[in-house]
Design a protein around this ligand. Structure first.
Ligand SMILES: *Cc1c(COP(=O)(O)O)cnc(C)c1O
Length: 363
């Protein structure tokens, strides 16, 4: 039983899907063959349908979320991107971008704050040359999220700034895509990898782009890399990929998408479970949520703070009960643990973990 926020628990059906993949012969099919192109087309159709992605948004198959950080810097940014973040993944994105482009503006903010706070929006206005605003919708390291209401305000700020120059909004949704109901129109670039809310093994990334993002890629005309966005797009337009793709990952994604309910239903269940988790920890003698501000608490990654000795103890107790907890991350490594609230995790597993957490508080 694992609550690790990536790689995370697989859907149990994946065992059968793996066998089916082998039996179907698709794993030996050439990635430019009609059978494989059908698989790509059907998976894209299911992504649009199940995740309610707007029909005019493009979906590209890539390797990982990390790769998307680079694609955005190399293919959608001429010089300058602005990165607003409260945790380790947002910071890492800024670092990766800085290696590729000369101007990276960092706007770190406190994890209790919401990104649309005045400090960030005022700072955004100050960066007249920026071409992309980079946000982490769900900061896996500290269990915070940028709610859609905050994203709307950033989007409005960006739109107001776009009168004189186009500004794209790029959103790292690695640990929330397929778990949170996005208002896709608020972002130009969304990306994720499948080992979090999709309940699949790692090794496949999804990059979702608006027509505006596509337009930007054409304007810049960057073609220096195997994964230049223009090249990715040209292949995707033929239901192909720009390299020999992770066919097994795409097959498994298709099967999982066939099985999952529409995103609105999944998101509602996770929201309810998350608020149960926060209530549980708000009332717990040993633990408390790392984040106090309910407006920015994540629905999909619950970060819990406690004394390092208690954290060590609870991990041992969980291990003895056959449960893996998520370690703390970055600056919060020793003072926190994390619980994935991903769709593949079942109600009974949550109850089991709650029992262990309660038992630990009696010691
Ligand atoms: C896991 C994660 C990543 C990295 O994903 P990879 O598939 O390893 O590239 C990036 N951003 C966030 C927010 C994540 O949770």
């Amino acid at each position: 039983m694992t609550f690790y926020p990536g790689p995370s628990k697989l859907y149990p059906q994946v065992a059968q899907y793996l066998q089916d993949a082998y039996d179907s012969g698709i794993l030996s099919a050439n990635h430019r063959s009609p059978a494989f192109m059908d698989l790509v087309r059907e998976t894209e159709r299911l992504l649009h349908e199940k995740l309610a992605i707007p029909t005019d948004y493009y979906i590209y198959f890539v390797c990982s979320a990390t790769e998307c950080w680079e694609i955005i810097a190399q293919s959608l940014t001429r010089r300058e991107s602005v990165h607003a973040y409260s945790g380790a993944f947002g910071e890492k994105w800024a670092e990766y971008a800085a290696r590729l482009k000369p101007m990276v503006v960092r706007l770190p903010f406190d994890l209790e704050n919401s990104v649309e706070d005045e400090t960030v929006t005022t700072a955004l206005r100050a960066f007249a040359q920026a071409e992309v605003i980079c946000l982490t919708q769900n900061e896996t390291s500290n269990g915070t999220q940028v709610p859609m209401s905050a994203l709307k305000i950033i989007h409005e700020t960006a739109t107001a700034l776009s009168v004189s120059r186009p500004l794209l909004l790029a959103i790292d949704a690695t640990s929330s895509m397929a778990g949170v109901d996005f208002d896709w129109a608020l972002g130009d670039v969304w990306f994720a990898s499948v080992q979090k809310c999709f309940g699949l093994p790692a090794g496949l990334g999804l990059l979702v782009c608006s027509p505006r993002a596509r337009h930007r890629a054409v304007e810049i005309g960057e073609r220096g890399h195997y994964n230049s966005l223009l090249f990715i797009h040209e292949n995707a337009a033929k239901a192909q990929t720009h390299y020999t793709p992770n066919g097994l990952g795409i097959y498994l994604l298709k099967r999982v998408l066939e099985h999952v309910p529409p995103i609105a239903d999944v998101a509602e269940r996770l929201r309810r479970q998350a608020s149960d988790w926060y209530r549980f920890f708000d009332n717990h003698p040993t633990w408390k949520p790392l984040v106090s501000n309910p407006a920015v608490r994540s629905d999909t990654v619950i970060a819990i703070e406690g004394q390092p000795v208690d954290i060590k103890l609870i991990k041992e107790k969980c291990k003895a009960a056959g449960i893996t907890l998520g370690n703390g991350y970055g600056a919060w490594k020793d003072r926190t643990f994390r619980i994935a609230n991903f769709p593949a995790i079942e109600e009974e597993e949550i109850e089991k973990l709650k029992e262990v957490l309660n038992y630990a508080s009696w010691d």
